[in-house]
Design a protein around this ligand. Structure first.
Ligand code: FRU
Length: 450
């Protein structure tokens, strides 16, 4: 792995506490320092100048056994008016102590001991407890996201209220004392499935909510009125891969004011390949959020080019296949016009190889939309690997679909006109061929990672 962050070893899940401080981007993440499976959750830590090249740092926060804490679940960072970062997360203890994740979760703060953010010291002095909701029963309450709003601050939390997954909203003037306000958004079915890792952010004048409801990550674009009620205008999925490859994303507001999305790419082979590699789970490529035609748009964040060789350009002729030994680490860019079809086989073994492998991406552009699908039925020899069909649809813009594809060993991420589809795959070492065919004459730009 070169551009995708993963832990040096062991288990990783959600990105946490994303913040940029004095130029450094800090990524904290759900981490089990003791094993390849989920458990004993700490906050791992890394920093980067560009969100692509990461430096591993010591674990920043460990469960506070003296206070009965067993896990430090997900959370976020918010700067105060002076630019000082404060961290919020969900503290989980034992069932015997009434502190289980189902009905005993509390929201705690953690303060960095200095600007390097190397140590986050947790405190339960301002703990938020579930009884603050009055007559409303909230279960699986977790994952605080705090943002500045007006002269104060808003916190959103995920959970289940009266058996329906939801995002709950709280306000504070001092970042310490919080008041529960109301349910900001809620699912329709009483299925007891919590909405995890909710985020509220403001992008190009719109309020954007997204959450991870134990399946595909959903978003809503709208406005927040004076009473802090949300009015939905658009909705959709951030990435249809869901638990197979893109989950629990968090937005980072950087020092330039950009809204950047970082998500977790879980394994989808039951951890079979992780045992060989020594690490389980990685982060997706960072995506820059904006609003286009009133809807959410995500583009691959610039900066990756610095880690690639100079671009190689290929002219693709209608009906003729292009073939290249591109390896397992590259970014590919091309475009597709209304009425055209393109197939891209990545991580493919050479013709005649004993074990034929390939991950096949098909894009079909109609008059107004393009449908893209990733076929993993031949991606690997691993029988545990998921081969669930993956597909996404995007609107054409001026009759065109702009395509960016990032391939790195066992991650494939496709972006078509701001819509994403991610996949985890487990090819063998020989799967280095790239084959492309299109019904139109197109150009392909290939950037091989150094
Ligand atoms: C999402 C999640 C969060 C929780 C964390 C625990 O993947 O379940 O809701 O805080 O992971 O590791």
């Amino acid at each position: 792995m070169k551009l995708h962050f993963h832990a040096e070893k062991n288990w990783l899940n959600d990105p946490n506490g994303l913040v940029q401080l004095h130029g450094w981007y800090h990524l904290f993440y759900q981490y089990n320092p003791h094993g390849l499976e989920w458990g004993d959750i700490h906050w791992g830590h890394a920093r980067s100048r560009d969100l692509y090249r990461w430096e591993h740092l010591p674990v920043a926060m460990a469960p506070d056994a003296a206070r009965g804490e067993l896990h430090c679940f997900s959370g976020s960072c918010c700067k105060d008016a002076d630019g000082q970062p404060h961290f919020y997360y969900t503290s989980i203890g034992s069932e015997a102590d009434g502190r289980s994740h189902v009905d005993g979760a509390q929201q705690w703060m953690a303060e960095p001991t200095d600007d390097t953010l190397t140590v986050l010291k947790q405190t339960d002095a301002y703990a938020l407890k579930a009884d603050m909701h009055g007559s409303l029963t909230v279960k699986d309450w977790r994952d605080p996201c705090v943002v500045p709003y007006g002269d104060g601050y808003i916190m959103v939390l995920g959970g289940c209220a009266d058996h329906r997954g939801c995002v709950l909203l709280y306000t504070s003037d001092d970042m310490k004392h919080w008041t529960y306000r109301h349910v900001l958004a809620q699912g329709e079915t009483a299925d007891d499935v919590p909405w995890e890792c909710p985020n509220l952010c403001f992008v190009d004048g719109k309020a954007v909510i997204f959450y991870s409801p134990c399946r595909e990550v959903a978003y809503q674009v709208g406005t927040l009125d004076e009473a802090l009620c949300f009015h939905k205008e658009k909705q959709g999925l951030l990435d249809p891969a869901g638990r197979d490859a893109f989950y629990a994303p968090q937005v980072l507001r950087d020092e330039a004011g950009r809204a950047i999305l970082m998500g977790w790419m879980p394994e989808c082979d039951g951890g079979a390949d992780a045992a060989r590699r020594g690490w389980n789970g990685c982060m997706a490529m960072p995506r820059l959020l904006s609003i286009r035609h009133g809807n959410l748009y995500a583009a691959l964040l610039d900066g990756w080019q610095a880690w690639c060789e100079p671009c190689r350009s290929y002219a693709l002729h209608a009906g003729e296949a292009m073939q290249e030994k591109a390896g397992q680490h590259y970014v590919l860019q091309t475009a597709l016009k209304a009425g055209e079809t393109m197939t891209i086989a990545v991580l493919a073994t050479p013709e005649g190889a004993d074990l034929a492998e390939e991950t096949c991406i098909t894009m079909t552009a109609g008059a107004a939309h393009v449908c893209a699908a990733i076929d993993r039925t031949r991606s690997s020899q691993l029988k545990e690997a998921s081969v669930r069909p993956l597909a996404v649809q995007a609107a054409l813009e001026h009759g065109l679909a702009e395509v960016t594809l990032v391939v790195e060993e066992n991650t494939v991420e496709l972006c078509v006109n701001g819509r994403w589809l991610s996949a985890r795959v487990y090819p063998g070492r020989q799967a280095e061929e790239l084959r492309i065919a299109c019904t139109g004459n197109r150009e392909v730009r290939l950037f091989i990672m150094r």
